[in-house]
Design a protein around this ligand. Structure first.
Ligand code: CMP
Length: 141
């Protein structure tokens, strides 16, 4: 196991439902360290840039609009194997398929409004973290 960092997003649906605090508790109970955090109400351009890898998918326009509906809580998490472990804690993209006890099973509304995001690989984390956080905003390792 190696110490990694990953981007975690509490999406607008979960912030609006006032469950961001419960999600942070899940993160802390899992032993992950929050090394940076901020609220951001994304512009459409910012959402489109973030989800550029999904450009051309049928859900891309709707996803980008959803991500601009209200503020997101953006966090950088650090821990052993945190990329895969945060994805396990989130659960499957579609909450109907997410395992019991996962964040999406408990808090997501739909496959689009699915409460949380996490980088899917070290390569994605290396792009996604600096998309939202400058080096000054990140606690040194
Ligand atoms: P996320 O983990 O942020 O990665 C891409 C996002 O696209 C995903 O969570 C969902 O919010 C959304 N998404 C993925 N598949 C679909 C789909 N079939 N329909 C609508 N939204 C989707």
């Amino acid at each position: 196991m190696s110490v990694q960092r990953t981007l975690a997003i509490v999406k607008p649906d979960a912030v609006a439902k006032r469950v961001a605090g419960k999600i942070i508790t899940r993160i802390e109970d899992a032993g992950f360290t929050i090394v940076a955090a901020k609220l951001l109400h994304m512009s459409l351009a910012e959402a489109r840039g973030f989800y550029n890898v999904h450009r051309g998918r049928p859900f891309y326009q709707s996803l980008c609009a959803f991500m601009t509906e209200g503020p997101c809580l953006l966090m950088v998490l650090e821990g052993d194997d945190v990329i895969a472990r945060w994805r396990d804690l989130m659960g499957a993209t579609d909450p109907a398929k997410a395992a019991a006890g996962t964040i999406r099973r408990e808090f997501a509304s739909s496959i689009e409004a699915n409460a949380v995001h996490g980088s899917d690989s070290p390569e994605s984390a290396a792009v996604e973290i600096p998309y939202f956080f400058s080096s000054l905003e990140l606690c040194p390792r």
